[in-house]
Design a protein around this ligand. Structure first.
Ligand code: HEM
Ligand code: HEM
Length: 188
């Protein structure tokens, strides 16, 4: 490990990160195993789970961004080349944007189908588009397509994390783990 002075993300930021990753994985598994959605499909079973988990993801990302904007983000290891830093920051912001845009489009599509959308299965959420609206209908296609873009970006992100770990060996991956695993890290 070249840069042993890299600091790690604080505990809540790490919990937000790994919880989002786990829920996103679950969400894709639900999306790919739930029945195909047609005009007369009812939002029950795995489809209801897909809607429910997606709404929790929105809440989690909003809370995460609030936390991020009010707390320090640890500086990147000094050995990361400036161009890589810019690419990483751009990718992270695009991830945040898509982590909100994809579920919001799904929510609008659910509303256009006249489906009730709830948070934690009991808090009713307002419809994002009127029942039967053509924009809500179109956003269903966007939702499915942009979900692929999000998945590709996550694959790039994971690939970059592994590249930092096994090729650059610059302590970047360790930033998302408790400082204990990286004894020389300073925690902020
Ligand atoms: C980050 C969160 C989400 C991801 C990654 C995601 C992903 C996906 C994917 C991949 C599909 C396509 C499934 C297939 O090919 O059969 C899909 C369909 C769908 N999702 Fe999501 N989803 C998310 C959140 C949501 C939310 C929050 C809602 C509604 C509250 C929602 C409602 C729907 C609906 C209604 C469909 C069917 C769309 C159609 O075929 O017209 N999704 N989702
Ligand atoms: C699966 C969905 C994932 C999503 C949506 C995601 C998203 C993000 C985002 C938005 C950040 C920026 C944090 C910030 O500064 O605000 C980040 C950082 C990070 N992620 Fe992920 N991540 C995912 C999975 C993973 C996985 C599987 C790994 C490890 C193999 C990983 C490793 C990291 C590392 C090391 C950082 C810190 C990078 C740095 O400080 O430059 N992530 N992630």
């Amino acid at each position: 490990m070249r840069n042993l002075s890299a600091s790690v993300y604080n505990a809540p930021a790490r919990v937000f990160h790994w919880l989002t990753a786990a829920l996103l994985l679950l969400q894709y598994l639900l999306a790919w195993t739930m029945p195909d959605v047609h005009r007369d499909t009812k939002p029950i079973g795995l489809i209801a789970w897909h809607l429910g988990v997606g709404m929790v993801i929105i809440l989690l990302v909003v809370l995460r961004l609030l936390w991020r904007s009010t707390h320090d983000v640890p500086p990147e290891p000094g050995t990361v080349p400036p161009v890589l830093r810019i690419v990483a920051r751009f990718t992270h912001w695009l991830l945040y944007i898509l982590l909100l845009a994809v579920p919001l489009m799904g929510w609008a599509n659910a509303s256009s189908r006249g489906w009730p959308v709830t948070l934690f299965a009991f808090m009713p959420m307002p419809p994002l588009s009127p029942a039967g609206s053509s924009i809500g209908h179109a956003l269903g296609d966007w939702h499915r397509n942009i979900a692929w873009v999000l998945l590709a970006l996550v694959a790039l992100h994971v690939g970059a994390a592994l590249f930092h770990r096994f090729v650059l060996r610059d302590g970047t991956l360790e930033r998302m783990f408790p400082a204990r695993r990286n004894p020389a890290s300073s925690k902020r």
